[in-house]
Ligand binder design. Structure first.
Ligand SMILES: Nc1ncnc2c1ncn2[C@@H]1O[C@H](COP(=O)(O)OP(=O)(O)OP(=O)(O)O)[C@@H](O)[C@H]1O
Ligand SMILES: [Mg+2]
Length: 502
């Protein structure tokens, strides 16, 4: 069998060698003849030669460009999967390699095929060739960012008799395995929309925040409730399709500074293995730019707007300042039709001028961003708003269905303290716990403050010393609060005496 196969291959090779020599002779004759032919005839001849060559060539090529679709900054998913597959499978065979990012564990280099490298691969008896290519920028064009002009792509070549197998089963195998590799190697990212390059888009860094639900200091019941909600959401693809809703969920985290809102976002991202898109609203020019940013986010991501009350004037002024808003809007070039809904009040505009921010994002633009038809594009997303002042927000922005879960992040309770004591000092019980419990029941201290007091300040600091530091700090706050309430009491008595005396 092997012998017959080998002989057949040799015959095919001979045939192609002969055909190749004939074509070379033909091309040489054509070059000589070309200059004697009239222009019209030359065109016809060239076209037919191309057709003949295509007809004679039994190989099919498929090109997989890196950037495809509407956005020039978005990598094609097929390209990413193929890249992962080839990096994992064919790099050992390639002679020209490119060392890129370090691997997820940070210990080894990731080697992939260099540009213009080719490797072959056999799948169920069918031979395929992969080539990595790049088109260089046009010679005349001068670009500040040359890499933007380079276009990378992979070319897959195979015999036309294997077409069905390669296009169907083989590509399914490559993309499937590539997807699994990408998911396994995925380095989560933290994106931000800092328009430094004078273009509106996301830039990213590796997301490596260590927060988890285990280290989050808050009542266990609340934590478990949030975790269950997240699991249900992340597994709810068919459920959301069935009820006809985009696969997204809104979380509103509210509470005083230092109660763990940002930490909670990091814990959610780690729990679900999602990326984070940190949206800075004040740098978004207008509503259409906001939608563009949304369209550039990927699935399995959390879109965060921190301190939404400070980002724009999205407070309840929508109704009271409606008239003012309409006046303001008449000279605005807001293109999303949110005239009556605009919440950029005069005061805000003045404030924005001071801050040199020229954002024209309106409440209606933001609402469209959250639940417009665009929000259904590209897989599951969680939207998180954080605020220190929940009462200031426009009810429309945080109504149920839009912000599905309202989570209050509050002052440190004893249960939360126990989590912090375990995190910071690795203790679950201590004789001072009783005093801490008593004090936390009487005064308010944020988890950030408790954590800071528990933190050992030197290597010699024992758990006992750290706990005593915390007790001291709590007692100090208690004294201050007691002092304040005494003054208030006296003030009230004085007011009362004054009113009695007329
Ligand atoms: N609930 C918590 N559990 C664990 N650590 C916490 C918690 N709250 C605060 N911390 C600690 O305090 C620091 C500040 O917390 P964080 O930034 O999450 O607060 P925040 O609520 O987002 O504050 P702000 O409103 O000012 O943005 C964190 O680095 C974390 O170490
Ligand atoms: Mg925060």
């Amino acid at each position: 069998m092997m012998l017959i196969k080998k002989r057949r291959e040799m015959e095919a090779l001979k045939l192609w060698t002969n055909l190749g020599s004939s074509l070379i002779a033909l091309m040489a004759a054509w070059t000589m003849l070309e200059k004697y032919l009239p222009e019209q005839l030359r065109g016809i001849f060239t076209r037919h030669t191309q057709k003949l060559l295509t007809f004679l060539n039994p190989y099919i090529k498929i090109r997989f460009p890196e950037l495809s679709g509407t956005s020039r900054y978005r990598r094609s998913e097929a390209y990413v999967m193929i890249h992962a597959y080839l990096t994992a499978h064919t790099s050992p065979a390639a002679k020209s390699l490119k060392a890129s990012d370090t691997s997820k564990d940070g210990r080894s280099l990731v080697l992939s095929m260099d540009e213009d490298e080719e490797v072959s691969h056999v799948f169920r008896g069918a031979k395929v060739w992969w080539a990595s290519r790049k088109t260089s920028p046009k010679a005349q064009s001068i670009s500040l960012y040359p890499e933007d002009d380079e276009k990378r792509f992979y070319v897959l070549t195979f015999h036309k008799r294997d077409r069905e197998l390669v296009v169907g089963e083989y590509m399914g195998h490559v993309l499937g395995e590539g997807r699994a590799i990408v998911a396994g190697n995925r380095q989560r990212k933290l994106y931000s929309n800092n328009p430094t390059r004078n273009w509106c888009g996301w830039s990213s860094v590796a997301f490596e925040h260590p927060a988890s639900f285990d280290t989050l200091a808050m009542p266990m019941k609340v934590k478990e409730g949030i975790k269950k909600d997240l699991v249900k959401f992340s597994q709810g693809k068919s459920y959301y399709a069935k009820i006809g809703k985009p696969w997204k969920r809104g979380y509103l985290l509210y509470g005083p500074p230092g109660t763990g809102k940002s930490t909670m976002i990091a814990a959610i991202a780690n729990f679900l293995n999602y990326d984070i898109y940190n949206l800075e609203l004040t740098t978004v020019k207008d509503n259409s730019e906001l939608i563009k940013l949304l369209l550039e986010t990927t699935g399995k991501s959390i879109i965060v707007i921190e301190d939404i009350d400070c980002s724009l004037d999205l407070t309840g002024q929508r109704k009271s300042d409606k008239k003012k808003d309409n006046e303001d809007d008449s000279d605005s070039d807001d293109d999303s039709g949110g005239k009556s809904n605009s919440v950029i009040s005069k005061t805000l505009k003045e404030k924005e001028k001071e801050n040199k921010s020229d954002s024209r994002v309106t409440l209606s633009g933001l609402l469209n961003f959250i639940d417009g038809i665009w929000s259904a594009c590209g897989g599951e997303r969680i939207i998180v708003f954080t605020t220190n002042y929940v009462d200031k927000l426009d009810p429309a922005l945080i109504r149920r269905g839009r912000m599905d879960m309202h989570i209050e992040m509050s002052y440190c309770c004893f249960e939360a303290f126990k989590v912090l004591a375990k995190n910071y000092l690795d203790i679950e019980e201590h004789s001072l716990f009783g005093r801490v419990k008593e004090l936390l029941g009487e005064i308010k201290m944020t988890p950030a403050n408790v954590a800071e007091n528990l933190l050992p300040k030197s290597v010699e600091d024992s758990e006992e010393k750290c706990l005593r530091n915390l007790v001291k700090a709590l007692e100090k706050v208690k004294e201050e609060e007691d002092g304040k309430s005494k003054i208030e009491k006296k003030e009230k008595q004085w007011q009362w005496i004054k009113s009695v005396l007329g």
